[in-house]
Design a protein around this ligand. Structure first.
Ligand code: HEC
Ligand code: HEC
Length: 304
């Protein structure tokens, strides 16, 4: 049955139906992907992408002897504490019963195999733009790691955030499944940098400020925040010369992403130490250069 539509609701409904269409298309894409040759991903390439994407640090407890990827790492947020799940191929406690389509659905749409919604503490918001080929390679790597039967720990969220349907509402408001569209006006290196920075290495998940509901403020992309992960300050990495990294040369940036040493000789700490140790420190020089080129091209923002 159809009801007459009018005013503001129509715009919203149009947005929603467009989103539904995009989501439906991406699901069809996923099914095609799962059946295609790309489904035979390359685990070696997958391991590289896995590092670039920083999956390890979030899904492993930061204590010595912790089982890699068995989850249980805590994330303090204004909404409560999230615990990362076990993503080893254990069939009962990990994701051993998943196929590529389930995996792609989780990273692209933020949806579990049973259709429930993930919280954006899992940065599917950035991974959503990952290329099909990269998803298949990542999956090929992940399904080959050692399984471990560590049960998942429930999140401890403040009322009312513990209701998972609210994650669906959040997505309805703030999330649009992405796809990376290279900019034809830019060269290959810049486009590679854009893909890494925005999607795979998700620099904005920490360096971009969020609104009260935890959504990234895209108009302040990479402008830094006083309340990053664990409530700590995250610096501005736009080319702003007072507040950001406008005075850094391209090689200052690549050196930092490789070794964690700032131009003044100081050493990166906090969450960035993990990002470098587990992630950008393992990238090729070319990929680090791509990130530097992309960062230098961005609009400047003051702050935080
Ligand atoms: C910033 C931390 C963080 C990063 C980085 C991260 N994850 Fe997660 N991931 C989480 C959290 C937290 C959840 C739980 C979300 C929820 O319960 O709604 C999660 C959930 C998942 C799930 C769903 C598991 C299940 O049992 O339903 C998969 C699969 C997953 N992540 C894979 C990955 C992969 C692959 C990467 C790298 C490409 C990655 N994650 C990077 C924090 C992270
Ligand atoms: C998990 C959160 C997180 C992610 C993801 C992250 N960063 Fe950082 N970054 C930080 C924090 C926190 C600091 C401050 C470190 C410190 O206090 O020593 C920082 C510092 C930096 C700095 C030094 C800036 C300065 O002025 O001191 C640069 C450059 C930087 N990050 C670039 C990046 C790039 C490029 C990416 C993506 C490849 C990235 N970061 C991803 C949290 C993150």
């Amino acid at each position: 049955m159809r009801y007459p539509r009018k005013g503001k609701g129509r715009g919203l409904r149009r947005v929603r139906s467009n989103l539904a269409r995009v989501a439906a298309l991406s699901v069809i894409g996923l099914v095609v992907l799962a059946r295609s040759a790309a489904a035979q991903g390359d685990a070696t390439k997958g391991e590289y992408l896995f590092r670039a994407a920083g999956c390890y640090a979030c899904h492993t407890r930061p204590v010595s002897g912790a089982r890699p990827l068995a989850g249980g790492r805590a994330f303090e947020t204004p909404f409560g504490t999230f615990y990362s799940p076990n993503i080893t191929p254990d069939p009962d406690h990990g994701i051993g019963r998943w196929g590529l389509a389930d995996f792609a659905r989780a990273l692209r749409l933020g949806e579990a195999p049973d259709g429930s919604h993930y919280f954006p503490a899992f940065p599917f918001t950035s991974y959503s733009g990952m290329r099909d080929r990269d998803l298949a390679d990542l999956w090929a790597y992940l399904k080959g790691v050692d399984p471990f039967p560590e049960p998942n720990r429930e999140h401890e969220l403040n009322f009312p955030f513990g209701f998972r349907f609210l994650a669906g509402l959040w997505k309805w408001l703030f999330f649009e499944p992405g796809s990376f569209e290279p900019d034809p006006a830019r060269d290959v290196l810049w486009n590679r940098g854009a893909y890494l920075t925005r999607h795979l290495s998700h620099c904005g998940e920490c360096h971009t400020p969020r609104n009260l509901l935890g959504a990234l403020q895209d108009d302040r992309y990479l402008a830094g925040t006083l309340k990053g992960p664990d409530g700590k300050k995250v610096p501005n990495i736009t080319p702003h010369s007072g507040d950001g990294i406008g005075d850094w040369s391209e090689s200052d940036i690549t050196f930092f992403l490789q070794l964690g040493v700032l131009p003044d000789g100081d050493v990166a700490g906090g969450a960035m130490e993990d990002v470098i140790r587990e992630g950008t420190g393992h990238l090729t020089d070319q990929d680090r250069k791509a990130i530097a080129v992309y960062l230098k091209s961005l609009p400047e923002h003051p702050g935080p």
